[in-house]
Design a binder for this molecule. Sequence first.
Ligand code: LLP
Length: 386
Amino acid sequence: IAHGKPVKRVPWWVGKRDALLSIAGQATPTYAYDLPTVRDRARDLSAIDAIDRRFFAIKANPHPAILRTLVEEGFGLECVSIGELQHVFKSVPSLSPERVLFTPSFAPRAEYEAAFAMGVTVTLDNVEALQRWPDVFRGRTIWLRLDIGHGGGHHAKVNTGGVAAKFGLSLQRFDEFVDRARALGIRISGLHAHMGSGIDDPRHWRVVYAELAGMADSVGTIEIIDIGGGLPVAYTPDAEDFDLAAWRAGLEEIRAAYPRFKLAVEPGRFMVAECGALLLHATQVVEKDGVRRVGCDAGMNALARPAMYEAYHGIHNLSRLSDVELLEFDVVGPICESGDVLGHSRLLPAATAEGDVILVADSGAYGMAMASTYNLRALPAEDTIE
Ligand code: LLP
C-alpha cells in the first residue's frame, strides 16, 4: 500500500486454491486460466474512451475460451499467421472479418492472398512485397506498419524497433512506400506500430501516436492509428501494476492534439498473463553442493520464458500455502539442459516434497503458446475456471 491506494492486485488463485488442486489432481502439467480475470482486464481497457478499437494479440494465448471471452467484451483479434487466422474463425464462429487484423512478419505471398480473401484487415511493412507481388495488393485497402526507430521492452529479444529489428518499414522509406502504393491504387487507411513487449513507461504509447499522427497527413487517407501492444505486467514481488490512469491520461491528451484519427491498441500479455497458472507436481527434492532444488514434472518445455528471457514468474507451493517455515530452493524442470530453471533461489516451504502441487504464476501469456515437446515430453493440458 502506497499513498493509500493498492499498487498490486491480490492474485485470483489465492481464493481458488481448491479448484486448482482439483484440476492438478486430473493431470499436470496443466495451465489453468481464470476467465473472470480476463474479463476484468478487458473492462480495464474498455473503460478508456480515448481508444476506439481494441485487438487482442492472440499469439499470447489462443485458447478458444479466452478468445470468446474477449470478443464478447468487444475486442477484435490480431493474428500473425494463416494458422492464427483459421483458428480465430473456428474458435469464434460469430466473428466478423472486420474485427480481425493480420499483422504478419516475412509471411509468404499465399498468406497475404488468403487474408485478403477472408476479408480481414492486412498490415504490410515493406516496399519489397509491393514490388514483387503487385497483383496481391493492387486496389486494396491496407494498414502500413512503421518502425519509428526506437523500441523497448523487458528483454532485447522483444524490442521490435531500430536497425536490429526485422519489423516495420523504416521511416526513411516511407515516401517510397506511399508513392508505390498510390501507383498501385492502394489505399493506406491505417498507420501501425508495435515497438516492443513489456514496456514499463506509460508515456511510450503517446510518443508512438504522435510520431504516426505526424506522418499521417502526408498520406491523406489515414483514418486510424494503431499504437501496438506491449503493456507490461507486474511479474516480480516488488513491481507495481501498470499505471493505467497515467496511460489513459497520456492517450487522451495526444488524441486531443490529433483528433482526426481513430486510435487502436493491440495488447497480448496485459490481457492474459495474470489469468494463467501453470500447475505442476513436485517430483524430487534434492540437495547438491549446498543448493536445494525442487524438481517439477515440467520446466522450460511448458514455460520457456525463464530460460529464454530470464523472465521472472512467482512460484508457490499450493499444497502448503500457509507454511511459515521457508527455505530457498531453485525450481527446476525435467529437461536435459542446465537452463531448465523456472526460478532461482525462491522461498518455498521447508517441507516441500514429492507430490506437492507447484503453481507458476502469471503464466497465461506466452506460456502454452510457446510450449514444446522437447525431450518428447507431452504438452501441458489446459483448463478454464469460470
Ligand atoms: N502486436 C504485435 C504486432 C506484436 O508482435 C505483439 C507481440 C503484440 C501486438 C502484443 O504484444 P504484448 O502486448 O503481448 O507485449 N514471447 C515474448 C513476447 C513476444 C511478443 C511478440 N509480439 C514474451 O514471452 O515476453
